[in-house]
Design a protein around this ligand. Structure first.
Ligand code: EPS
Length: 402
């Protein structure tokens, strides 16, 4: 079973991830992980922290001579900001006096966190609930991505809207009509990575940047939506047998686990709810003797299983809860109404969230691949994969031949 755990606080020494269940002989290098960690740090609208950090993953265990050994892999991402927090975040006796944080930010984990864990300083809740943790997830997701590449599966993303500013062109319509086996989802990221807000056209970028500038001026924050797409996914990952074996439920779970994510949609999901069945489903056709579809509104998933077409996921991120221009809150030390605290933060992090979304989708699909084609080494998994995929259509036609 493929699984991972992360640990670490936003202003502690760093973030650690332990990944277990990857087969042996998967080629992986720190530089590959670092490339994706750098992508997570991009985006116009980030706060001061990203100027302090240059996230790099150190592989502490499980990899020898650039290849996994089948053992647990430990990844460590240092927090450069730790130097400024050594006293305040010390694991030993506190040095000096610290101001306890007693005003919870609406929309963050602060209030429920301190009540649930019986804490007397909101700092203890802020630290672990911070989206800084997602650096560790991108490191883990990069391993999953590397694994998927061995099977021709790629994952890419682009930002659809920030603060309600959409492109004049609806790129998602193109996605829902993309049925070519040659489609490569990484091309979406290659394009969007060139934009400061990870969108697909210049006019859209300019309008979003103006919107973020206005939000900054008002001390406000912005959320948005993005698409994450995986191509090359073989048909038959996941299953319809149980609620917890469906690929769609695993995707929704993993996406919803990303900080500030409030909504997930697969294919034309919510739009489909308004339309009749006749224009909602993807007609099945034979194309040059190969079974295919006319469209991909299902977003690559039917009955909880991958169809073989691109997996298309749309994700909604709420505006970041830390506002420079505060809103109503309470002070737990006086139990009086006050305005919420200011704390350094991002004005928007939707472009970064899309990269985290890629990492999580890569993880979900890698897990489903190992569930289906499981083995201890890359060669064993590749054999299983080949034996299944090469006979998929042959088996069907044989079973149904009259
Ligand atoms: C983040 C680091 C954090 C925040 C942000 C994400 O750093 P700091 O709190 O020191 O500024 O910039 O976290 C949040 C937006 C949040 O709500 O927790 C990072 O590395 O991505």
């Amino acid at each position: 079973m493929l699984r991972f755990l992360t640990s670490g606080e936003s202003h502690g020494k760093g973030l650690t991830a332990i990944v277990e269940g990857f087969p042996s002989n998967l080629k992986i290098e720190e530089e590959y992980i670092n490339k994706h960690l750098a992508r997570r740090q991009m985006g116009y609208g980030r706060g001061g922290r990203m100027k302090i950090e240059t996230d790099k993953a150190e592989i502490l265990s499980g990899v020898r001579f650039q290849k996994t050994m089948g053992a647990p892999v430990t990844l460590f991402v240092k927090n450069s900001d730790w130097e400024n927090w050594t006293d305040e975040m010390a694991s030993g006796k506190p040095k000096g006096k610290f101001e306890k944080i007693s005003i919870p930010r609406p929309g963050h984990a602060d209030l429920v966190g301190v009540s649930k864990y019986d804490l007397n300083d909101i700092r203890n809740s802020i630290e672990r609930s911070s989206a800084r943790e997602t650096a560790a997830r991108v490191a883990v997701g990069s391993m999953a991505r590397r694994f998927l590449e061995e099977f021709g599966i790629t994952v890419g993303s682009y930002v659809e809207n920030i603060g309600g500013v959409y492109s004049k062109e609806k790129y998602s319509d193109k996605l829902f009509n993309e049925v070519s086996p040659k489609f490569n989802a990484w091309n979406l990221s290659e394009k969007s990575d060139k934009s400061s807000v990870r969108v697909l056209d210049q006019n859209h970028e300019d309008r979003i940047v103006r919107k973020i500038k206005a939000a900054k001026k008002n001390g406000d924050t912005l959320g948005g939506t993005f698409y994450v797409v995986a191509s090359g996914v073989p048909a038959g990952l996941g299953s319809f047998i149980q609620y917890d074996t469906k690929l769609s439920s695993a995707i929704a779970h993993d996406m919803m686990s990303i900080n500030a994510v409030k909504g997930v949609e697969i294919g034309t999901g919510f739009e489909t709810a308004n339309n009749p069945g006749s224009i909602s489903h993807d007609e099945i056709i034979i194309n040059n003797g190969v079974i295919s579809r006319k469209s991909n509104r299902a977003g690559g998933i039917e009955g909880g299983m991958s169809t073989g077409l691109p997996v298309i996921v749309r994700v909604a991120m709420k505006p970041i809860a830390t506002l420079m221009s505060p809103i109503g809150a309470i002070d737990l030390s006086t139990m009086k109404n006050v305005t919420s605290r200011r704390e350094r933060s991002d004005f928007t992090a939707v472009p970064a969230c899309a990269v985290i979304g890629e990492s999580m989708l890569a993880w979900t699909i890698a897990k489903a691949m190992l569930d289906k084609f499981g083995g201890d080494s890359m060669s064993e998994i590749k054999d299983n994969y080949k034996s299944y995929t090469s006979k998929l259509q042959k088996r069907l036609t044989k079973n149904f031949r009259k």
